[in-house]
Design a protein around this ligand. Sequence first.
Ligand SMILES: *Cc1c(COP(=O)(O)O)cnc(C)c1O
Length: 478
Amino acid sequence: MSDALARLREMQAADLPVHGGRTLAYVYDSGLPDVDRIGREAVAAYAGSNGLDPTAFPSLLQMENDLVGFTADLLDAPGTAVGTVTSGGTESCLLAVQSARDSRPDVEHPRMVVPSTVHAAFLKAAHYFRVEAVVVPVGPDFRVDPAAMAAALDDDLHRTVLAVVSAPSYAHGVVDPVSEVAATAAERGLRCHVDACIGGWVLPYAARLGRPVPPWTFAVDGVTSISVDLHKYAYAPKGTSVLLHRTSEHRRPQYFAHADWPGYTMLNSTMQSTKSGGPLAGAWAVVRSLGDTGYELLSREVFEAVDRIVAGVADIAALRLVVPPDSTLLALATDATCDPFTVCDEMAARGWYVQPQMGHGGWPATIHLSVSAATNAHVDELLGALREAVAAAVAAGPVGVDPGVAAFIEALDPAILSEEDFDGLLVAAGLVGAGDRPGGLALPDRMAEVNAMLDLASPRMREALLVAFLDRLQRPNR
Ligand SMILES: *Cc1c(COP(=O)(O)O)cnc(C)c1O
């Protein structure tokens, strides 16, 4: 029996570390082992409880209402505000779109207007719910232009159900002009969602610490819903986010009820029906342990780390900050002497995970850092590693992609490719070794060549190639 746990630990050793502040995407580390332990124990204690029916598990309802209350206070929500704890940011965003769509049953072909930097979760919502996403390009400061948003809303106003802005955007870490967009939406009687999945728990503390934060909470008139993830900067175990609505009327379409079958009356506020009480209990325990003062202290740490990294990057010649961050996310670009993908590989070789971001909309590829409070204790090491990684990348020179291959990839139309074509392409791209068995694939240690090739491909082609890749990774072990 204990063999299973030993084997788990063995397998986990090959994963990215979730503690230590050296993984600068995917995980958020408070650096407080006691808080992590409390969160883990709460998850375990509630792993078998079912959030399907809060009357059967009243402690889950209590915890959800506590968390929503804490979040509402943090985000300046009015007394009318209500909310739901969801399984994560994507579910919060999906439900915001679904609620907006279903609040307008009169609209046959609904559309929503989003900035080009909006999180992919909104495009997923568009895909799942058949809501057309009208994408407005951001300006040179990576924030959406409110006039362009207004024009896009007005383009086909009677079909428009939602405007979305980010606080901040994931890729560049800047806050959209929420006040302007929300005012425009309100004038037209439209919903306006603020996606604060990643910034919602730190920006209020940033403001309290005296940092300049543009208004983005419910204090802004016209903001009708906000998503904020607990499993990011609330440092809770994975599996929780909060979706707040300004009023219960705004939330109403989010509920699904079905009594017209022989079983129990199905009554759901989220997409899941049976859902583990574990993540909710984990988040509740972490938020209760840290409390407002704990989060303020952690925010001091994380912003000190951000400022020190920003200052350190300014001293590395081949590296620059793409835009001054409003929050805890940094996008770094390289000059022509090296490429960002090699820098990522070199950082990985030094025990740091930083995330490559492909070029998009004419902007070059960048390196993403989600800074955690735990990173602050290691900023000198991080900057040392970054200096070395950049020097190694300069010495290696930009990654060359064979011009013939480049031209081929740039010209490919994924719609006309067969499964055999994809098999060949995955081998050519270096994502699959010629002899690999599906399901037994191992990623190459160095990803720069693969990333450089993907960077040349169109977004559609990247999607198709990576889906083909994932399909081959996800094969049963039998
Ligand atoms: C992380 C994130 C999401 C999606 O959240 P998941 O928890 O990954 O599902 C949505 N929006 C933004 C801005 C995010 O950073």
